[in-house]
Design a binder for this molecule. Structure first.
Ligand code: G4P
Ligand code: NA
Ligand code: NA
Length: 189
């Protein structure tokens, strides 16, 4: 997506050799038209799949996941970050480390909304090491649903997340792939 690359070059802030701040378009402010373009692109790439549900993790994946879901005409399910110690008997939970936040969180999906009948498309904003993705994929497997693949807005190819998932035979579609952030500069693959 050329337009997305241009926006990243204009508005992205390289924070370090491995972190790119994208608050202007993904992680704080959202451009609805650009986000709809992303959703249409993911829907097109997975057009031959009988997707029943789009899934993401709150919070930054939600706008683009919504754009994909409305294009496909299916519900959007977002895994919640658990902030309570109250046991939820109907919940599938996985513990995931967070690369940027340096903390561990629990993500949760209710069995009520995900099961054997589902073929899901997993949409997310950024993939780094893939820890969050692996957590949600485990939840999808435990629910009995099948995974059509992932749709990622920004893949940082110099980190292992996308590659590791592909090596496991999981389909990963990225709108842009960043080869390097060295020298304070965004270099696409
Ligand atoms: P993963 O999804 O590949 O496992 O990423 P990881 O756990 O390593 O990163 C955790 C969080 O950090 C994710 O957001 C991810 O989108 C974000 N992140 C990783 N690298 C970058 C980066 O270079 N730039 C930005 N802006 N974010 C990055 P999250 O914890 O799910 O939070 P939220 O944004 O959804 O609220
Ligand atoms: Na994020
Ligand atoms: Na995210």
């Amino acid at each position: 997506m050329q337009k997305l690359k241009e926006r990243i070059l204009e508005e992205g802030v390289v924070v370090s050799n491995d972190v790119l701040k994208l608050d202007g378009l993904l992680n704080h402010q959202v451009d609805p038209e650009l986000t709809m373009d992303m959703g249409r692109e993911f829907a097109a790439r997975y057009a031959e799949e009988p997707i029943t549900k789009v899934i993401t993790v709150e919070s930054s994946g939600i706008p683009v996941a919504f754009a994909t879901a409305i294009t496909l005409g299916v519900p959007l399910l977002f895994a919640r970050r658990k902030k309570t110690l109250i046991a939820e008997p109907d919940a599938l939970t996985e513990r995931v480390p967070s690369f940027t936040k340096g903390i561990v969180t629990d993500i949760m999906v209710s069995r009520q909304y995900l099961g054997e009948q589902d073929r899901v498309l997993f949409i997310d904003d950024i993939i780094a090491n893939g820890d969050a993705a692996r957590g949600l994929i485990k939840i999808i497997e435990r629910s009995g649903a099948s995974l059509a693949g992932l749709g990622i807005v920004v893949e940082k190819s110099f980190q292992a997340g996308g590659r590791t998932l592909r090596e496991q035979g999981i389909r990963v579609e990225s709108l842009v792939r960043i080869a390097s952030l060295a020298g304070g500069k965004v270099t696409f693959t």
